[in-house]
Each structure stands twice: as structure tokens, then as C-alpha cells.
Design a protein around this ligand. Structure first.
Ligand code: OGA
Ligand code: NI
Length: 351
């Protein structure tokens, strides 16, 4: 590639620095004290871990976990399948391409804040099918089903993805339990929201880039779901905006760890006690990079609003309730039509 397509070029203030600050202080939390408990053993959970999670959510919005109970071979299987899938020709990958009817599958022209991301992705939902509103129109009550598009090659991809998804769901419930306890709530406080979940997994491939100082793998953004569980490979490139000073901090790859971040929905539920934090992906001129985020999202009919237990007269609700399904379909619509407006954001519901 000679000249880089201007669609990828970030405005100067958003371009990455060539030298970067490595993560000092993004908490690394050992989940082994709780790894063997099932979710009905709430009282057995280690208070130290709960405190660490609470502090990490408050101070960073990001942390890494080790000894999380996800078998390494399941992770390796999906990572291998992902590499094989992306190594195919564009023509092959486009056979499962996303379009305005099939919203899942392969996609290589995603834009974040109207600048194109230097990446290609493959999306699939955890529930098959996933139920969502048919349109973004507030009064239209019709529902529709999102179905996954599975490629023929590699043949093991589908099963690897489905098995991995089950592991992610299990870990996500465990983490939500810890988050609930850290907020002084019953451990199962959030569980009911995730029946009929709209969660999805994205396989990300960031090819090496001739102009890593001008483009980004993913531009700065916050995750709109409840909680994200990210597997990154050993290349590195994820940067988190430090809350204390706004500096971009690189998250060092840690073998077999998962990176967890608070999404917008936890921010609303907690009435801003735990904030969803900006992050972005820097690309690399020599190495391609792979990552796999799992986005844990409630059912489409969820009315997202600050929890009553966490609001009172001194600390009134900071958000109006919003319907998650309509939020999701509004986002999807703007992804396709490139409406020249900002994506819908939780800040639009701020009181
Ligand atoms: C995302 C994301 C980070 C990464 O897909 O929302 O933030 O390291 N990805 O791929
Ligand atoms: Ni993200």
C-alpha cells in the first residue's frame, strides 16, 4: 500500500504517540480465591477480592484478572480459528459479510467517530438467535431475530466460538457478582438483567500498518454494554485513558490474563460511581495483532437507569431511563448509514 486512504487518518490531537507510557497501576487481580465457588455461594466470596474489584472500577474502570477459571485450551482454540479465518482472501471472508439485513459476521470498514479503523472483525452473538427491536422508532414494538453467519472455513470455528462464549458468560456472571458486592448490593443483583442477553463476541484482526502514527486500530471510544472481557495477544496496543490526568496508558499483555472494563451500563446502574473509560487501539508497522472482546449486554427490554439502592435525596439519579433495545438499534442504524451525527450516547440521557 502506498498512500494511505485518508479515511483512516486521525485528526492531529487524536494521533498516538510513538513512545508510550506503560501501564503502571492498572490493577492485576488474582481470582483464585473465588474460582471454585458457584454463584449461589455468594457469602463464601473473598472480601479482599471484592475490595480490589471495587477500587479498580472506581480508580481505573479497567483491570486484568488471572486465575479466572477459563481453560487455556478453549482460548487457544478460538484464537487459532480466528487466525485461520482472517488469513483467507477478502473474497472468502466477504461470503459472511455484514450488511443491513445480516448485522453479524465479517466487516472491514468500521468507523469510530467518523474515522475508519485499521482492522477487520468477525462478530457473533452468544444467544442464537438474539432478540432485538426491529427498528429504532420508539413506538414500533415489532421485534426481530439476529442470526449468526458462520463461515465454512475453518470448520472448527463455529464450535470453538460457541464453547468460548459459554466460558465468557460464566466468568461475566462471576464478575458482575463481585461488582454488585463491591457496591454493597446482593451478589445476584444483576443476574436477572442478562436472561435473554444481547451479548456478542468480536474477533478482531489489526493488520500491520505502514502509518501507525496517523491511524488507529480502534479510535477512542467507551464500550456501550455492561462489562467487557478482552483477550489480547502478546503484541500489545490497547491504551486506556487514565482518569487522574487523561494520559493514554498502554495495557501490557499478560499471558492468559483477561482485561476487564466497566461499560456504559454499569456507569448508569451505579449512578457514575463506576465510570466507563475511554480506550483505543494503536497499530504497529511490523506486527499484526489479534484480540477477542466479549461484550456482556442485558436483554433488549431492559430499562437502563440508576439503581434505586444507589440513589437518594443527596445523590439523585443522574440519568433518565433508556430502553436498551432501542439504544442498540439506533447505534446499528448510524453504523450503516453514516449519518452525519454523533452516535447515540448515555450522555444524551443525563439529567
Ligand atoms: C473494542 C476494543 C480493544 C482491543 O473492540 O471495543 O476496545 O484491544 N478492543 O482490541
Ligand atoms: Ni472497546
Amino acid at each position: 500500500m502506498g498512500e494511505v486512504d485518508p479515511a483512516f487518518i486521525q485528526d492531529p490531537e487524536h494521533r498516538p504517540k510513538i513512545s508510550f507510557t506503560e501501564a503502571q497501576g492498572i490493577p492485576l487481580i488474582d481470582l483464585s480465591p473465588i474460582a471454585t465457588h458457584s454463584s449461589d455461594e455468594v457469602s463464601a466470596i473473598d472480601e479482599g477480592v471484592v475490595r480490589e474489584i471495587g477500587n479498580a472500577c472506581k480508580e481505573w474502570g479497567f483491570f486484568q484478572v488471572i486465575n479466572h477459571g477459563v481453560p487455556l485450551e478453549k482460548r487457544q482454540r478460538i484464537e487459532d480459528a480466528s487466525r485461520k479465518f482472517f488469513a483467507q482472501s477478502l473474497e472468502e471472508k466477504r461470503k459472511v459479510r455484514r450488511n443491513d439485513k445480516e448485522v453479524l459476521g465479517y466487516f472491514d470498514t468500521e468507523h469510530t467517530k467518523n474515522v475508519r479503523d485499521w482492522k477487520e472483525v468477525f462478530d457473533f452473538t452468544v444467544e442464537e438467535p438474539t432478540i432485538v427491536p426491529a427498528s429504532h422508532e420508539p413506538d414500533d414494538k415489532e421485534l426481530t431475530e439476529w442470526t449468526n453467519q458462520w463461515p465454512d472455513y475453518p470448520s472448527e470455528l463455529r464450535e470453538a466460538c460457541q464453547e468460548y462464549a459459554q466460558e465468557m458468560v460464566r466468568l461475566a456472571y462471576k464478575l458482575m457478582e463481585l461488582v454488585a458486592l463491591s457496591l454493597g448490593l446482593p451478589g445476584d443483583k444483576f443476574h436477572g438483567f442478562f436472561k435473554d442477553q444481547t451479548s456478542f463476541i468480536r474477533l478482531n484482526h489489526y493488520p500491520h500498518c505502514p502509518t501507525p502514527h496517523l491511524a488507529l486500530g480502534v479510535g477512542r471510544h467507551k464500550d456501550a454494554g455492561a462489562l467487557t472481557i478482552l483477550a489480547q495477544d502478546d503484541v500489545g496496543g490497547l491504551e486506556v485513558k487514565r482518569k487522574t490526568d487523561g494520559e493514554w496508558i498502554r495495557v501490557n499483555p499478560t499471558a492468559d490474563a483477561y482485561i476487564i472494563n466497566v461499560g456504559d451500563i454499569i456507569q448508569v446502574w451505579s449512578n457514575d460511581k463506576y465510570e466507563s473509560v475511554d480506550h483505543r487501539v494503536v497499530v504497529n508497522s511490523k506486527k499484526e495483532r489479534f484480540s477477542i472482546p466479549f461484550l456482556f449486554n442485558p436483554a433488549h427490554y431492559t430499562l437502563v437507569k440508576p439503581l434505586e439502592e444507589l440513589t437518594n435525596e443527596q445523590n439523585p439519579a443522574k440519568y433518565r431511563a433508556y430502553n436498551l433495545g432501542k439504544f442498540i438499534t439506533t447505534r446499528k442504524r448510524s453504523n450503516f448509514q453514516k449519518l452525519n451525527v454523533e452516535n447515540i450516547q448515555i450522555s444524551h440521557f443525563r439529567i
